[in-house]
Design a protein around this ligand. Structure first.
Ligand SMILES: Cc1cc2nc3c(=O)[nH]c(=O)nc-3n(C[C@H](O)[C@H](O)[C@H](O)COP(=O)(O)OP(=O)(O)OC[C@H]3O[C@@H](n4cnc5c(N)ncnc54)[C@H](O)[C@@H]3O)c2cc1C
Length: 438
């Protein structure tokens, strides 16, 4: 099978920066993850003066790449899958006029391998909105029947149920579709994951047809594709970014924030100034305990292996879903083979040696070379990768507005209605800029 990787992001989108005649005040964005960067970019486009503050010495937060000394390569903190139906991401990239480091996969094929039963299959979404493939036994997931897919109708009307409550967990489709989907999208086991959130994701991507669920793969890593272009846009447009600036407290009165206090500097807010906190939920509850936030989190473990002979994955796919193992997804980026284990709170407690051995056995099986010795590896644990996306925790997501008129929130975990993903982070930033502008 050969895939072609094509450009999807329009180039030369002429985004006009709005020239505001009146003084709009300064927008202070705290947190330079994707939500903060998206908020900052959207505010600059709307003609605001913007300053961004970040506690670490780099931008990107939970979605970044870095040069790894063990592997001698630039690697991502974790595999991130973005689909072409993620319209917020597309708008963000179009605003930044960046296309070079993001490519879309043609044709759309999600390849899976069941390493227990030694079965493999490819899920090929239909071109249009009607998922014709579910009517065709040769295109369906093996051991599933047309009836299994009718659970989609129940997901559509989901409110506060978890996924397992609406699909039949004893059918093979559970471990072959619903569980991998829940772990990948919600970073939460399907027995706990919100059915309503999965429906939102499905309805915006897979159920719109192949053009909305084309994997958009980074060619030079997450930072080059999403973070660096945002920084360059901001600095070119006179926004400032300051690193190693940790927000320690805010002075508030009944209806306004008076100052934001960093480790190095306190900033007194003027009449028209605004603050956008684009921080993770635990930071918000430390800084402002009266704002409700999700409190439970799930870890993601990524293991990166370097294989100098670059063996191909089955079907020559750029990534593959693994069923029946501990590993969930295996991505190939040139000579780096990266495995994701989601909803991994217990697994993350193991030592690097244990983790790498367990995962390597499964990878070796997938590449068809059981006897291969453990290569160079790097384990990365993101202990608070996302909030646990259960119905209860989903109901604790606050809106962007707060009771303080100059204070706003952004972040994948805020109430965007979307699973806590890159799309949610970016949309939260775009949404907050819209609210300020009204
Ligand atoms: C391993 C992994 C795999 C993932 N896979 C996917 C995927 O496949 N697809 C997908 O769409 N999403 C995926 N996600 C989720 C995605 O990465 C997040 O949704 C997104 O990056 C969140 O962005 P954010 O800006 O909301 O939060 P963050 O990235 O957490 O940004 C918050 C920023 O605030 C900074 N900060 C914290 N406290 C302070 C303070 N007091 N003062 C100043 N700054 C502070 C932090 O350093 C950070 O830079 C994955 C996440 C992980 C960890």
């Amino acid at each position: 099978m050969s895939y072609s990787i094509q450009e999807v992001i329009p180039r030369d989108v002429d985004k006009v920066l709005i020239n505001r005649a009146n003084d709009t005040g300064t927008v202070y964005v705290v947190g330079a993850g994707l939500a903060g960067l998206s908020a900052a970019v959207s505010c600059v486009l709307k003609g605001y003066r913007v300053q961004v503050f970040e506690s670490t010495n780099h931008a990107g937060g939970r979605c970044r790449s870095f040069k790894d000394k063990i592997l001698g390569r630039t690697i991502n903190n974790g595999n991130h899958l973005i689909l072409s139906g993620n319209l917020g991401v597309k708008e963000f990239l179009a605003s930044l006029n960046t296309a070079d480091n993001f490519k879309a996969m043609h044709p759309v094929l999600f390849n899976f391998q069941d390493i227990i039963n030694n079965e493999s299959w490819s899920l090929r979404p239909s071109n249009g909105r009607i998922p014709w493939w579910i009517f065709d036994p040769s295109k369906r997931i093996p051991r599933t029947s047309f009836i299994d897919y009718l659970a989609l109708l129940k997901l559509k009307f989901a409110k506060d149920e978890n996924i397992a409550a609406l699909v039949n967990p004893s059918r093979p489709i559970f471990d072959r579709l619903w569980q991998p989907l829940s772990q990948a999208v919600l970073n939460t086991d399907a027995h706990e994951g919100s059915a309503a959130l999965i429906w939102t994701m499905l309805s915006q991507t897979l159920l719109k047809g192949s053009d909305a669920c084309r994997p958009m793969l980074t060619t030079a890593g997450l930072s080059a594709a999403l973070v660096d272009p945002a920084i360059s846009f901001l600095t070119t447009n006179n926004a400032t970014l300051k690193f190693s600036m940790k927000l320690k407290s805010l002075d508030k009165n009944n209806d306004k924030i008076g100052s934001i206090n960093f480790n190095e500097q306190a900033i007194a807010l003027k009449e028209k100034d605004k603050v956008i906190l684009a921080l993770p939920p635990n930071e918000i509850s430390n800084l402002i305990p009266d704002i409700p936030t999700p409190t439970k989190t799930n870890a993601i473990v990524n293991v990166h292996f370097r294989l100098d002979d670059r063996p191909i994955l089955p079907n020559n796919a750029p990534f593959i879903g693994i069923i029946g193992g501990v590993a969930h997804w295996l991505f190939k980026h040139d000579d780096i083979y990266s495995v994701t284990v989601s909803a991994a709170n217990y697994f993350a407690e193991k030592s690097n040696e244990e983790i790498s051995k367990i995962i390597w056995k499964e990878v070796a099986k997938v590449i068809g070379d059981d006897k291969r010795e453990l290569p160079l590896f790097r384990v990365i644990r993101e202990m608070r990768a996302t909030f646990a996306q259960t119905p209860d925790e989903n109901n604790r997501r606050p809106d962007s507005r707060t009771k303080w008129e100059n204070l706003f929130l952004a972040g994948d975990w805020t109430n965007t209605g979307l699973p806590a993903t890159i799309e949610s982070a970016i949309v939260s930033g775009q949404k907050v800029a819209e609210i300020l502008y009204k």
